[in-house]
Structures are given as C-alpha cells and as structure tokens.
Design a protein around this ligand. Structure first.
Ligand code: PMP
Length: 400
C-alpha cells in the first residue's frame, strides 16, 4: 500500500473551478465575470508601460541573481511604507513601522497571521467581515486562529451595515484581531467613508482590538492617498499597534510576480525593531527569502519621480475604466428595463455584489453563457464596451 493511500482529495477552489467550467464551455460569445483580476478593454491583463520600461533596463543591465535579504529589497520596503503611510508620516519618522517584502499580499497575511498567533497564544481570535475574501478564513484558521465574524454587508440596501458592524465589533474581547479591507472590499465593493472609519477606529481603540488592514487594491477606487484613508486615520488615531498587509498584484498588474509586503506598527522604534526580527524569523522558517524580480520592478517605478508619476496615470486609467464600466452597466440595465441597479455605481473597486441570487446566476450561466460567482459577485473590470450591452440584456432577462 502506498504511503499516500490515505490522502483524501482536498476541496477545489470555487473561483478556479468556475474558470475551468467557463473554459470548457464551447458557446461563442461566452463571458467570464467570475475572475479576480483586472483586464483591459480587450480582455487582456495589461503590462504597464512603466513596468515594462524598468524591466527592459533590468534585462540589459545583466545583473547577477543573488538572494535578497530575508525581509526583501530595502528600497522596496521604504517606498512601500511611503505609499501606505504617506511620505513624511510621523510614524515613519519615529521608526515605528517594521516592513518586510513578501510573496504577494497572501504571504503578508500568512506571515502576519503566524506572528500574531505566536504573540496572542492559544486563544488567538480574529474577526472577519461577513462576507470576505475566502482566503482570509483559511489563512487565519490554518495559522491557529479561532474565526469570528462581524456584520458588514446589508443585502437590503446593497450597502454597509454600519450599525451591525459597530455592534459586533463592540462585543469582541480585548486583544481580538480585526481584519479590515482598506478599500475596494472583496467581494462586495462596499467601503467605509472617512467618517465611518473614524467611528470604527474609535471603537477599536476603546475595545483594545488589534486592527489588521488588508489593502490589495490601493489606487483602484479614488487614488493612492484616498484609498489609504483607513491606514492614515489609524496612524493619526494614537493606536499604538496595528498591522498592514499590502499587495501590488493589481496596482502594478504584476500578479504572477508575487509582490506584497507586511508592515507592523509598534509603540516605538525599539518595539518595531523587535517586530522586524520576528517577521524575519517567520519568513526564514517558511520560504527563506522573497523573490527578486517583481520587487525590483516596483522599486524601479516608485523610486523614480518621473516613472512614479506615469505609473499613477496608468493606475488612473484602470480606475477610470472601472468607473466607466460601472456607469455603463447601470445605464444599459436601465435601458433594458431591469430593476434598479444604481447601487453598482456607488460600489468601489473591481468587484460588485450585484444582488443576483444563486438561481439568477445559474440562469445567466445556462441560458446566456455569462459566468458570475454563486454569491452574485461580478468582476466589473471584466466588462468592456463590446460585452456591456450583452451582459445588461442578460441580467435584465433573468431579473425581470
Ligand atoms: N487580499 C485581498 C482582499 C485580495 O483580493 C487578494 C487577491 N485576490 C489578496 C489579498 C492577495 O493578493 P496576492 O495575489 O498579492 O497574494
């Protein structure tokens, strides 16, 4: 009998499973709105011009391929801190932030989870929004956390359930970690405004909860600084400790290069130094050190004021296209006589909880070859001028 005979099949990833069904669909004109990536008007993952420019320079420089330090490229970490906290942030000047490059935002979450679990001990608990990105649950559960939920999305208004959120956060035990999406909430597209963030942050502070911010879409809603409002307000709040996991997968369109970072804020420089030593230990015992190429591209772009300016324009182009697709979808749905979908325009980022029921999503798939997640999540970035009207007509047909 094989050593592995008792190994059971692990459950498949629902999103990747949907993509497989989509690929196997032979109907012409099929449309996949189930994806989690930004694609351009032609349906392609863009290669940003600024990224390509840096890449050409790197290739011709023919540099040797040594290891990066355990915590990654120093310039990348410094530039990441400035993007998240703002250049000249008092926290950065006080040396209170420990940042390490990670393998995408996913490893930032995992390294952060492992480290927090060590600090919090056996009773570690984390509260996650209902709903949230599916990996949040598995990453923290695998790291040994007990999972709790807080109310977030209100299906009746298609917006934020702020009262429910505050009530649930208010009941958490001190020391509980609270995972928060800084912007472009995945999967709902429903975000907090600055006033609502202030309310939540005041509660986190009062209840002695530990904020863990996940920011994977900085620049996809309003821009670099505005999309980091939660981080900037936390920094200004006087809260001594919080954590930020960020990803450049979307904002640099560098998905497969796996670029992200973990930043842990401590009470002072000494605490930050101890945190960095622990982050490095966690990375060392997981994957030893991060990958060099993607981080060199990001650091190359962010480190040049000229390239950074042009990158922000490219990011702006992606953002503007998403906004235009939201507006276009709402307009076309109305033209096809669908019920009111105006809320889609108020949602932020790549995703929208469309409010479609599972039965309606199935009808879209079976009758119209249009793929969305069972939850009703659609990727607005998968829309383009060529498919917008087809999608709107089909959604109108299944919702009438
Ligand atoms: N957080 C959220 C909310 C995400 O949507 C994603 C990517 N889908 C990540 C983190 C992880 O990003 P990465 O691909 O860089 O690991």
């Amino acid at each position: 009998m094989s050593f592995f005979a008792s190994v059971e099949m692990a459950p498949g990833d629902p999103i990747l499973g949907l993509t497989e069904t989509y690929l196997a669909d032979t109907r012409p004109g099929k449309i996949n709105l189930g994806v989690g990536i930004y694609v351009d008007e032609q349906g392609h993952v863009p290669l940003l011009r600024t990224v390509h420019e840096v890449e050409l320079g790197l290739a011709s420089a023919a540099k040797p391929r040594g290891y990066l330090p355990i915590d990654g490229l120093p310039a990348y970490n410094q530039l990441t801190q400035q993007l998240l906290f703002g250049a000249g942030s008092p926290l950065l000047e006080a040396g209170r932030v420990a940042t390490a490059q990670t393998i995408g935002g996913s490893a930032a979450l995992r390294v952060g989870a492992d480290l927090l679990r060590q600090v919090a001990g056996a009773g570690a608990k984390i509260a996650i929004s209902n709903p949230s990105w599916g990996n949040h649950h598995v990453v923290f559960r695998t790291a040994g956390f007990e999972l709790l939920e807080y109310r977030y999305y209100d299906p009746s208004s298609h917006g934020l359930d702020l009262a429910g959120m505050l009530e649930d956060l208010g009941k958490l035990e001190p020391g509980t970690v609270v995972l928060l999406h800084a912007c472009c909430h995945n999967p709902t597209g429903v975000d907090l405004d600055a006033v609502q963030w202030q309310q939540v942050i005041a509660l986190l502070q009062e209840r002695k909860l530990l904020p863990f911010i996940d920011i994977a879409y900085q620049g996809f809603d309003q821009g670099i600084a505005a999309d980091a409002t939660a981080i900037r307000l936390l920094a200004a709040s006087g809260i001594e400790a919080f954590v930020v996991a960020n990803s450049y997968s979307k904002s640099f369109s560098l998905y497969g290069e796996r670029v992200g970072a973990l930043s842990m804020v401590g009470a002072d420089r000494d605490e930050a130094a101890r945190l960095l030593s622990k982050i490095k230990q966690t990375i060392r015992t997981n994957y030893s050190s991060p990958a060099a190429h993607g981080a060199s591209l990001v650091a190359g772009v962010l480190g040049s004021s000229e390239l950074r300016g042009r990158w922000e324009q490219e990011l702006g182009e992606m953002r503007t296209r998403i906004h235009a697709m939201r507006a276009g979808l709402v307009e076309r749905l109305a033209a096809h006589g669908a019920p009111d979908f105006g809320f889609i325009q108020g949602q932020a980022g790549m995703f929208s909880y469309s409010g479609l029921s599972k039965a309606q999503v199935l009808r879209l798939r079976e009758e119209h070859a249009i793929y969305a997640l069972d939850s009703g999540r659609i990727c607005v970035a998968a829309l383009n001028r060529a498919n917008l009207d087809t999608v709107a007509a089909a959604v109108a047909a299944v919702t009438r």
